[in-house]
Design a protein around this ligand. Structure first.
Ligand code: BDR
Ligand code: CA
Length: 308
């Protein structure tokens, strides 16, 4: 039976691969999307989301969400993801968003689908933080909440300590970690969520939709080398792989905090690995990834999207 998933996303090349994979895979039913600023502006992430749907021939309702972090200034990453935040040859689409804010669309889906629904938030977290503020019972309504973000027991990718999504909105990340028990899928595992070079080459040579997907898969900073991994890590796709096959990621329970104090650790996750705070665990943290199975699930979903 396919799992119903609502995505809160900021495409972004790894978001685009994740959406292609989820849209294509038989075992995921994408019931709705909300957009958030992050890799690029909210205008671009919303436009890119529509382009990803159009490219694969899918029709899923999109709600535009927050255009800036709750407290901090937005720090976009076009230098990695491309001029408009997404590489590749994209269709020129009309943006046709729903008449509802992204934060409210999350809660609406939770009320509609209840414990059949999984929420996957793979960008900065202002939409989810606002949804939780407006409806504190949200975590009890749904089956699961996955986050791509944070670095629990490893270093960061935008500062020595902080991962991009949490660093872009530390206040929102902090609220979400306090307000919900989530599955935090951070750099601890996603730095290893790379794809096989042969898969990228096959798609590049095929051209067309596959050629555009190859551009998403092979996204790199202007410098040409990717931080912390030997190939581009498709961070957000690790979430979908585990929703499809729960053997992909291994989780352990820990008490987490997010630093919001504005110093050198701003946006970093503090993971109580050794139980020194005496606080009960408040999160499930991904600590290992089966890369072979992750790649299989990703390839299955992406191939189906490309053939739709
Ligand atoms: C995360 O930050 C964004 O740049 C990516 O889309 C991913 O969600 C990785 O740190
Ligand atoms: Ca993302």
């Amino acid at each position: 039976m396919s799992r119903k998933v609502f995505f809160d996303t900021d495409p972004g090349c790894d978001d685009a691969v994740m959406l292609a994979m989820a849209l294509g895979h038989d075992e995921i039913d994408v019931v709705g999307l909300s957009t958030v600023c992050g890799n690029t502006t909210i205008e671009n992430t919303t436009q890119n989301t529509h382009a990803i749907l159009e490219l694969g021939g899918y029709d899923v309702p999109v709600a535009r969400g927050c255009g800036r972090p709750l407290v901090d200034d937005l720090d976009t990453a076009e230098w990695i993801h491309g001029e408009n935040g997404l590489h590749g040859d994209l269709p020129d689409v009309d943006v046709d968003t729903r008449d509802i804010h992204g934060a409210d669309a999350i809660t609406e889906a939770a009320r509609e689908y209840g414990d059949e629904l999984t929420i996957a938030a793979v960008g900065p977290l202002p939409n989810l933080a606002i949804a939780l503020a407006k409806e504190p019972r949200l975590p009890d309504l749904v089956e699961d909440i996955y986050l791509m973000g944070g670095a629990a027991m490893t270093s960061g990718n935008v500062t020595p300590m902080a991962e991009a999504n949490f660093h872009n909105d530390p206040a929102a990340a902090s609220r979400v970690i306090q307000d919900a028990t989530t599955r935090m899928v951070g750099l601890d595992v996603t730095n290893r969520a790379t794809v096989a070079p042969e898969f990228i080459e096959e798609f590049r040579e095929a051209g067309g939709v596959r050629g555009t997907i190859a551009e998403w898969l092979d996204y790199r900073p202007d410098s040409g080398t990717y931080p912390l991994s030997d190939a581009p890590a498709i961070h957000d796709a690790a979430v979908v792989a585990d929703i499809i096959d729960e053997s992909v990621l291994t989780f352990e329970e820990y008490y987490l905090d997010v630093d919001t104090t504005g110093g050198p650790c701003h946006g970093a996750v503090i993971c109580d690995e050794h139980g020194t705070t005496d606080n009960e665990p408040n999160s499930r943290v991904a600590v290992d990834i089966d890369v072979r199975r992750y790649r299989e699930v990703l390839e299955t979903g992406v191939r189906a999207y490309a053939s739709a």
